[in-house]
Design a protein around this ligand. Structure first.
Ligand SMILES: Nc1ncnc2c1ncn2[C@@H]1O[C@H](COP(=O)(O)OP(=O)(O)OP(=O)(O)O)[C@@H](O)[C@H]1O
Length: 258
């Protein structure tokens, strides 16, 4: 299997604190890869590095064969990388559909002038964006609330809307930042099924998640971080039985059994 994303020696220091140190990481194309670790292990920082939200201190990031280390987060959607945020960033007054359309922006070419004169190109692109956004909402099971203001749907629905926003541009890789945070066990199972369907549709998925049961049941491969270092990587079974992982979790109050 080919790597879709690869880091080599990836490091992020905040002043004297090395939040992520020297991490080599590979996301294989086609599967679901999880990143776990006790509290403060560096998961969020690592996630922000690979989505180019943070600039790394050293090391390299390669996405689909291109060195993207020095690019910025907004350079990534056109290259086929999309990410969600832990706290969903939806415009609460706007409809769910309009929120998802925003995720299609990078695929459109119309400029300000087109918008001002309502050019045929502008109209065509708006129609295309609406169509794609409806497809994405249908995929995540939110077609019936497409015209509801995003602020009025449940937290769990907002999470699915955020996933639709990530999917609408047709990414090769979807990065999910704690997708199951703040939802109940039943909703978590449902979300797991949705993530599987995303992977089955050919979108590679990489996620960070605290809910260990979900990660173990969902991911093909898992990387474990501890104190900013990679301490293990492998299948859920390999990681679960790894001495360094067991020690790291026992020594913390992390949600190993959540
Ligand atoms: N912007 C920042 N400035 C300074 N230190 C930071 C910053 N972000 C994170 N850190 C520190 O880096 C380390 C790793 O934090 P990070 O949030 O990446 O871990 P995490 O594994 O996501 O934690 P949690 O599971 O608690 O969300 C911690 O010691 C944290 O205090």
């Amino acid at each position: 299997m080919a790597a879709i994303l690869e880091t080599r020696g990836l490091t992020k220091a905040f002043g004297g604190l090395v939040a992520v140190g020297d991490v080599d990481f590979t996301v294989e194309e086609g599967g679901i890869t999880g990143i776990i670790g006790p509290n403060g292990a560096g998961k969020s920082t690592f996630f922000n590095l690979i989505s180019l939200f943070y600039r790394s201190t050293s090391g390299t990031i390669t996405f689909r064969g291109e060195d993207v280390t020095r690019l910025k987060t907004h350079d990534m959607p056109p290259r086929g990388m999309a990410r969600t945020f832990q706290t969903t960033h939806l415009f609460s007054e706007a409809s769910v559909l309009d929120n998802v359309i925003v995720g299609y922006r990078h695929r459109t070419r119309a400029g300000l002038l087109d918008a001002l004169v309502n050019s045929p190109r502008e109209r065509r692109e708006i129609a295309e964006a609406r169509l794609r956004a409806m497809e994405a909402l249908d995929f995540v099971g939110l077609a019936d609330v497409a015209h509801t203001p995003a602020g009025l749907i449940s937290q769990e629905q907002q999470k699915r809307a955020a996933i639709a926003l990530g999917l609408v541009g047709g990414p090769h890789l979807l990065l999910l930042d704690e997708p199951a945070a703040g939802i109940n066990p039943e909703e978590t199972d449902e979300l797991g099924r949705l993530i599987r369907r995303i992977a089955a549709a050919g979108v590679t998925v990489c996620l960070i998640e605290h809910k260990m049961k979900m990660v173990m049941g969902l991911c093909d491969r898992i990387m474990v971080l501890h104190h900013g270092r990679k301490i293990a990587a492998g299948t859920p079974d390999e990681v679960r039985n790894d001495d360094a992982v067991i020690t790291a979790y026992l020594g913390s109050d992390a949600h190993a059994h959540a």
